[in-house]
Design a protein around this ligand. Structure first.
Ligand code: PXL
Length: 281
């Protein structure tokens, strides 16, 4: 069984970060080791959330794993709490990265043109530095703009997307993948660049007119889970984009849906079926 380490926060209530990554990756048959960067009462879209920072725990925990000889097939990072945690995460990469370890970074810090409450522009610059260490990065459009000094707008032309991807590629990751890229009306999805070949790639599906929290974490978790199941990069992104869209659609149908996240629990059986089908194809 493949083993992944995911480094991000625990938002006790809120359906994001580790409370999405752990169930989804487990359901995809991947052993998921967690390194919580902080424990929050809720995610930061709630008012009056509490935070217990865990920066001082990160290295003692990973040192213990190292002494036990633990290895990882992939390391997937999401919401990190501070500049110091970005630096420690780089150290953890160096400790655990072998030539076969996939480093997958979702530089979670912003959406819809704005940084999340805990972050500022200097954090965005540090996140750009972290992305240099990745094999694959999956920023949303807002995060890509902050990391490359590009003015944010909802829609880019094809040429502007390509320019943005080139700037993302210059940060240093091998494969850079924009999420929430609208390439034609009524559609959304991924637009990526493989910097080793210079090839662009894309996958689009229907754009659902609703914005839910945690969908980026759903997309990233399923993407990296697909890769660890041996799917190609494109098949992994397709699985993830379709699952994210289907989950948003299922959530919209629920009259009792929570405002703060998606009903991904409801669509896990479908994810498992789709993964099996993709593996057989
Ligand atoms: O879903 C991204 C995310 C993760 N973790 C925390 C957040 C957010 C987005 O707001 O606040 C704590």
């Amino acid at each position: 069984m493949k083993r992944i380490l995911t480094i991000q926060d625990i938002s006790c209530l809120g359906k994001c970060s580790i409370t999405i990554a752990l169930p989804l990756l487990s359901s995809m048959g991947v052993e998921t080791v967690i390194l919580p960067t902080a424990v929050l009462s809720t995610h930061t879209m709630f008012r009056n959330f509490t935070v217990k920072d865990l920066t001082d725990q990160l290295l003692p925990i990973t040192d213990h794993w190292k002494s036990e000889g633990v290895t990882f097939d992939a390391i997937y990072t999401g919401y990190l709490g501070s500049a110091e945690e970005i630096e420690i995460t780089k150290k953890i990469f160096r400790e655990f990265k072998t030539k076969d370890t996939l480093i997958f970074i979702d530089p979670v810090m912003a959406d819809n043109g704005k940084l999340y409450p805990a972050f500022d522009e200097s954090y965005a610059a540090l996140n750009a530095g972290l992305c240099a260490e990745a094999d694959i990065i999956v920023p949303n459009l807002t995060e890509a703009c902050f990391m490359t000094g590009t003015s944010y707008k909802e829609n880019f032309t094809e040429a502007e997307y390509k320019e943005l991807l080139q700037k993302l590629g210059a940060l240093g990751a091998e494969k850079v993948v924009l999420t929430g890229a609208v390439l034609s009306e009524g559609m959304t999805g991924v637009y990526g660049l493989d910097t080793t070949t210079g090839e662009y790639f894309r996958y689009q599906n229907r754009k659902i007119d609703a914005s839910y929290h945690g969908t980026g974490d759903v997309f990233s978790s399923v993407s990296v889970g697909g890769i660890l199941n041996g799917l190609s990069l494109m098949d992994s992104f397709k699985l993830a984009a379709d699952y994210t869209a289907d989950t948003i659609a299922a959530t919209m149908k629920d009259p009792k849906k929570p405002w703060y996240g998606v009903n991904f629990e409801e669509t896990i059986p479908q994810l498992v079926r789709n993964l099996e089908a993709a593996k057989k194809a």
